[in-house]
Design a protein around this ligand. Structure first.
Ligand code: ASP
Length: 404
């Protein structure tokens, strides 16, 4: 019998988990452990995977000139797409005006949220780890990436006697990690069944009321995300790289479905790397540079979400923001999306930063909590989608022949 393709297996698991979570709300604990196991397995491989992939990738780049060119293009892409996303969010929230006249129970108790992400300056400082082993142990992505790039770069500066074994060794570790990733991916349908059943069961009782109460706000976010994902990014792919967006989308189905269910760019990273390298045909050199960085730095969906949410909160409090203030929202949303970690709900935490920059009430976060889980699924998918689009565009600009 022919095996059903993995993305179909995942889709079937999604549908079954919604039914299961809805009708067997009290029994989900019998399946949620599968989701926990799957997530633990993914988390287990992230640190060694990104470390080995970046070191071997940078070693493969060879010269400082290559490294400079690649990072220039990569950061250019991140900034451009995040900025476009934030502007789409700004337009969307000004068109739908979901918060205007909203009676959303502003007397609700304020939610205390730590602005855990720290200031932007602090985030920059933290990139330099004081202890690389601690950074690895805590999967501190930016620090690991920083150290790995330096390590890879200086590994190219030593004589061949040392460089060659390092090159071989890190390549070998990376290959093993990719095999391990492929093995874990096979369990994605079961893991996803566990995760989604749990989410559905948690929200089952008030799903409808949540939707009706926050409908317009959700529309403003989701429509903006769809436009960015299905209009802006495909256009960029077409004009910057001559890439067929539909084919690329199909090739990315597994990481996208995983991003949707796990709400974590970091957890999705191993799957995204596998798909970009094997299904889109991007070289290891580009994949291992663009994707690990993108998982933490490039968050188009989050930037858009921040913009809509902050302005929604302002509207709900009856605060009119001037054009200048709206530009500040766009810029801080962009910076906040860079600072946010690739984990569930990170975007919600950094919203507090933007609110405080603008002097808006922090309790406003309470307004958007109810639908946070659902919107996180959508924006994380867009975050991952944009990373993979960047990888194929940059690969093309480096003269690679792709499968998409
Ligand atoms: N969950 C998102 C991600 O991992 C970040 C966010 O909360 O916006 O990409």
């Amino acid at each position: 019998m022919k095996r059903i393709k993995l993305h179909w297996q995942i889709l079937i698991a999604l549908v079954l988990s919604i039914i299961f979570g809805y009708f067997f709300t009290d029994h989900v604990e019998y399946v949620t452990w599968m989701g926990d196991l799957f997530l633990r397995a993914l988390q287990m491989i992230i640190a060694p995977l990104i470390f080995s992939s970046i070191v071997s990738g940078v070693l493969g780049l060879g010269s400082a000139q290559n490294l400079g060119r690649m990072s220039g293009k990569t950061f250019g892409y991140y900034l451009l797409t995040s900025l476009i996303a934030a502007v789409i969010g700004l337009l969307s929230v000004n068109i739908f005006r979901p918060g205007v006249g909203a009676d959303l129970g502003l007397t609700e108790e304020g939610v205390v949220l730590e602005a855990g992400a720290g200031t932007f300056g602090q985030t920059l400082m933290n990139i330099i780890p004081t202890n690389i082993f601690q950074a690895l142990a805590q999967t501190d992505m930016l620090s690991i990436i920083f150290f790995a790039i330096l390590f890879g770069f200086f590994a190219t500066r030593v004589g061949p006697k040392y460089r060659d074994p390092l090159d071989k060794g890190f390549n070998a570790v990376f290959e093993v990690m990719m095999r391990l990733t492929m093995f874990i991916i096979r369990f994605a349908p079961l893991g996803i069944f566990g995760i989604v059943s749990g989410i559905v069961a948690e929200q089952a009782h008030d799903l409808l009321s949540i939707f009706s109460r926050m409908g317009l706000y959700m529309v403003a976010v989701i429509l903006g995300l769809l436009i960015h994902a299905f209009v802006v990014l495909p256009l960029l792919m077409k004009y910057l790289g001559g890439i067929n967006a539909r084919k690329h989308f199909k090739a990315m189905s597994v990481p996208l479905l995983t991003a949707f269910t796990t709400s974590s760019s970091s957890a999705t990273l191993p799957l995204a790397m596998e798909a970009v390298e094997l299904r889109a045909g991007v070289s290891k050199k580009v994949t291992s540079f663009v994707l690990p960085l993108g998982a933490t730095v490039n968050m188009n969906g989050t930037a858009l979400y921040e913009c809509v949410s902050v302005l929604f909160i302002a509207q709900a409090y009856g605060i009119e923001l001037s054009l200048i203030q709206q530009v500040i929202v766009v810029m801080t949303a962009l910076l906040a999306s860079i600072g946010a970690a690739g984990i569930p709900m990170a975007g919600l935490v950094v919203i507090t930063i933007i609110l405080s920059v603008l002097g808006l009430p922090l309790e406003g976060v309470g307004l958007i909590l109810a639908v946070e889980r659902i919107l996180d699924m959508f924006r994380t998918s867009v975050n991952v989608w944009s990373d993979t689009c960047g990888a194929v565009i940059i690969a093309k600009s480096e003269g690679e022949t792709l499968l998409v």
